[in-house]
Design a protein around this ligand. Structure first.
Ligand SMILES: [Zn+2]
Length: 349
């Protein structure tokens, strides 16, 4: 399905390493996905610290290589950690390295409940103070995943399959959703100009007033509408309310899908998000039914593309190949997979 409006997928991942499950390399797979919908561009959100996929610093490196090999691609890089879950080196220095390489922004996932538990740290600790300070002062865009859907904390609402995947957070070993918001709002309190896009609607689909308060207080806070389908369930309960909300906050909402090499063959998700915004069609996924909100063209232009461009620039930053080479030399020992390390060592730069 080709889209009739110009769209940038602001939330794309490379999660399978150099080759995806079909043996296609990460840049070809990203291109195939981009071309399948006619996206103007993708924004690769690197997640070098994600337990579920056993990612490491190679995820930053692949994102940077993707910018080189698929011109027009944006990338957000993340902090890297040693095996003992402390930052591999000073967060401020990591920020400078990522910016020097030519990343267009910063991605954070440390505040997903499973990662907080693994890290054993809070984001409002002094350790991260210089990191957020540098990001704020640099006017650097962030895509930040905070918390998870609220029902993941309620046992009756989580299927056994999800419990087995580690997506039940109510057993006392995870911080509560409110505790996570408290930490992140503390960071915002100290750095009120952070130019952050909270992924997945900040998981506040059920609390639009709370989101409005945050929008009111922090002029640079945006959200994306990358599923979580629970937020679409909320949208579907009152499409008229949400149409008005999306128009009112047209400058504060961005398009994203969480697609990646692993889901390139699963064409449904971006199309469902796109149809939700552009039509009134009833759609259903995972038993959740919702109608679309058929936004006007001006609103769509902002949400589908304009807001991200305004925040990261009209063209992606070029990659500084020398800086990338230095980064690879500095961190390659943290790449766990020998084959992947070999591919990166041999990559043409
Ligand atoms: Zn994501």
């Amino acid at each position: 399905m080709k889209y009739s409006h110009p769209v940038i997928d602001g939330h794309y991942h490379i999660l399978e390493g150099w080759f995806n499950h079909e043996g296609q390399d990460f840049a070809k797979s990203a291109k195939a996905y981009r071309d399948s919908r006619g996206f103007d561009a993708l924004n690769v959100c690197a997640v070098p610290y994600l337990e579920e996929y056993h990612t490491d610093v190679s995820n930053n490196i692949l994102a940077a290589l993707c910018k080189i090999r698929l011109p027009g691609t944006y990338a957000h890089g993340g902090l890297i950690y040693s095996d003992d879950h402390t930052p591999a080196y000073s967060p401020e220095e990591q920020y400078r390295d990522l910016m020097e390489i030519g990343f267009d922004g910063i991605k954070m996932l440390e505040t997903k409940p499973s990662e907080i538990r693994r890290l054993g740290r809070a984001m409002d600790e002094p350790l991260f103070e210089g990191w957020f300070d540098a990001i704020e002062k640099g006017g650097t865009h962030m895509v930040w995943h905070v918390a998870d859907p609220g029902h993941f904390w309620i046992r009756e609402c989580v299927s056994q399959e999800f419990v087995d995947r580690g997506w039940f957070y109510g057993d006392g070993t995870y911080p509560s959703k409110e505790e996570i918001y408290r930490q992140v709002l503390n960071v915002l309190e100290r750095h009120p100009l952070l130019k952050v896009t909270f992924a997945h609607f900040f998981f506040l689909g059920d609390e639009p007033q709370r989101l409005e308060e945050i929008f009111g207080k922090y002029p640079n806070v945006n959200v994306d509408i990358t599923p979580g389908w629970e937020m679409y369930a909320a949208f579907g309960r009152d499409p008229a309310f949400w149409r008005e909300f999306f128009v009112k906050y047209a400058d504060r909402i961005g398009f994203g899908t969480d697609s990646g090499d692993e889901s390139a063959g699963d064409p449904g998700i971006p199309d469902i998000v796109y149809r939700f915004l552009t039509t009134e069609e009833e759609q259903e996924i995972w038993g959740i039914r919702f109608g679309g909100i058929a936004l006007d063209d001006g609103t769509l232009e902002k949400i589908l593309r304009g807001n991200l461009l305004r925040r990261v620039g009209k063209t992606p930053k070029p990659v500084n190949r020398d800086a990338l080479r230095r980064y690879i030399a500095k961190v390659r020992h943290l790449i766990r997979d020998d084959g992947l390390r070999g591919k990166i060592d041999g990559a043409e730069l």
